[in-house]
Design a protein around this ligand. Structure first.
Ligand SMILES: NC(=O)c1ccc[n+]([C@@H]2O[C@H](COP(=O)([O-])OP(=O)(O)OC[C@H]3O[C@@H](n4cnc5c(N)ncnc54)[C@H](OP(=O)(O)O)[C@@H]3O)[C@@H](O)[C@H]2O)c1
Length: 272
């Protein structure tokens, strides 16, 4: 799929460099076919000397030489960045944006007609190869472009195609989701410490329990509710703990959190 193709990562910050590393490690692209650009020379020095990628400060030249362009700059830098390389884009190239809240129509309007644009919402566990990402295609992107984008995203986790109107919900759920789970782990650690466990032990037990439960969910053909019931014997310890969580309205709280984050994503996209 990628043989002989060149890829440009515009913006070598946290996400851009994770993606560059992921596609190299998964052998999708050799280093000679990956170029990372940034405006920060110190950052580029690091990417060149420590990560050993080709680097550039010239977005236009890099985009011109590439078949696939990953846009990984902050949303507030998007307009200026698009201006820099728009004239290097034509319908033979695929432009993949990971910027939160920037619609494909916005990017398409800044690029020449018929540009093939896709929008992705990744999340930070991509750092450890466990990202969850959604991709939506713009007006001229093809099904093959979605496949190509998902193959890139799958190098740092798993990915799904969604309609663009669902991107705010994805942002509220899996984009913001890692922070929700960190908060749960924090609370479990506090509980463990209160009950006499050493901090380190409480931290490891909490995080590994969350990881294990998540793996079970992903690998089992059972629904989460069934898995929960399987470990909850009547009158037992888990039932006692769950009763407190339900009384504390944990479900409503999470639903409200995701709804509120989704609404905030819509507001941010509207420039509020
Ligand atoms: N981090 C996350 O968890 C996450 C999750 C989902 C989506 N995203 C999206 O991913 C994108 C990148 O986020 P990030 O956390 O990786 O940000 P970041 O670490 O700030 O990386 C962006 C990089 O782009 C550079 N840059 C700015 N203008 C540029 C230009 N014209 N040409 C080339 N490089 C330029 C920035 O340099 P300066 O720092 O000098 O400006 C910075 O090094 C954002 O749009 C964000 O919405 C991030």
């Amino acid at each position: 799929m990628f043989k002989g193709k060149k890829i440009a990562v515009i913006g070598g910050g946290k996400m851009g460099s994770i993606i560059a590393q992921g596609i190299f490690e998964r052998k999708l692209f050799p280093k000679r076919d990956i170029t990372v650009t940034d405006i920060d020379n110190a950052r580029l020095d690091f990417i060149r000397s420590e990560m050993r990628f080709k680097v550039s400060t010239d977005n236009k030249k890099t985009a011109k030489n590439a078949d696939i362009i990953i846009l990984a700059v902050k949303p507030q830098n998007m307009t200026a960045t698009l201006k820099e390389f728009a004239s290097a884009i034509d319908n033979s190239k695929v432009v993949i944006s990971i910027a939160a809240g920037i619609p494909t129509t916005f990017i398409e309007a800044a690029l020449p007609e018929r540009a093939r644009v896709l929008r992705v919402m990744p999340n930070t566990p991509a750092l450890v190869g466990e990202g969850a990402a959604a991709v939506a295609k713009g007006i001229c992107a093809t099904g093959a472009d979605v496949k190509l984008t998902r193959t890139i995203l799958d190098a740092v986790g798993i990915s799904f195609e969604v309609e663009e109107k669902l991107m705010d919900a994805v942002t509220g759920l899996s984009g913001s989701g890692p922070a929700y789970f960190f908060l749960i782990i924090e609370a479990l650690i506090e509980a463990g410490i209160k009950l006499g466990l050493p901090r380190e032990l409480a931290a490891k037990l909490s995080a590994q329990t969350m990881l294990g439960a998540a793996r079970l969910c992903l690998q089992s053909d059972k629904q989460p509710a069934e898995l929960r019931e399987m470990v909850t014997s009547p009158g037992g310890t888990t039932a006692a703990g769950l009763k407190i969580l339900e009384e504390g309205k944990i479900r409503d709280t999470f639903i409200c959190a995701v709804e509120t984050a989704t609404a905030r994503s819509k507001e941010l996209a509207a420039g509020k």
